[in-house]
Write a protein that binds this ligand. Sequence first.
Ligand SMILES: [Zn+2]
Length: 278
Amino acid sequence: MPHNGTMLDRGSSTRTRRAQAVFVAVLVGLLLSVRPFIGDLHHAAPTFAVPILMYHHIGDWGPSNPGWSDWVVKPADFSAQLDWLKREGYSTLTFRDILALQDRRVPLPPKSVVITFDDGWAYQGVVAKAELDPRGMRAVFFVYTGAIGATPNGSGYISWEELRELERHGHEVQSHTIGHPRLVDLSTPVLAHELAQSRLIIERQVGHPVRVLAYPFGIHDDRVLKATQEAGYDLAVRADDSNSVLPHKNFHLPRIRMGYQDGIEMFAAHMRSFEQAR
Ligand SMILES: [Zn+2]
């Protein structure tokens, strides 16, 4: 399994602390967003603040593997979260939507949200068909290409065929590298290969530009960030929440991680933090 969670949830000892961290992140992001451009990026796109939800597994098995419980959301909770978004008037955007708006210097519509799934587990495709499609909602799937087969094959991972089917329903595939390595540990040539080749492989398979990266384990540093820019990405998302006080910069985009014990009240609190800060 690619994740053990230990690098990701360090320091996030309480849900209250997490909610506070998300609120601070949003506030800092919005304060920065009054500046039209972020000067330290070679791609001078306007920054933005949009809630980005991060999911890995949807299932009832969280407590049976304590190391994973932060990365599994109960099916009933997931449905309730989607219903809450619908009831509150949210619409789902993909990163291609966002980048197109950025390119035209058009602000994101209010009540926007991005739903993301990491790692390309086959069950995520089932969830998309059963839960997202009937609600008219779309998601972004960050896959690492080494895990993906041509057709459904029982490996536990989704196939390219299934990913193309998801794209036909409005969902989107973006990059999570080739082999899901700790990018900070790679030599510069291997790092460049992981970033650039994963883009090319996904682009060949799904037929659209791939411009967004999810750092494996959320781990990155300045060298990785620079290599990500040089490999042609325009945005990159994090995978932890304990360090979400970093602003909403385009290569440090924080995501909201919902865990097994986080009910609808926690979810609503995260989302309302964004609304209050707008
Ligand atoms: Zn991952």
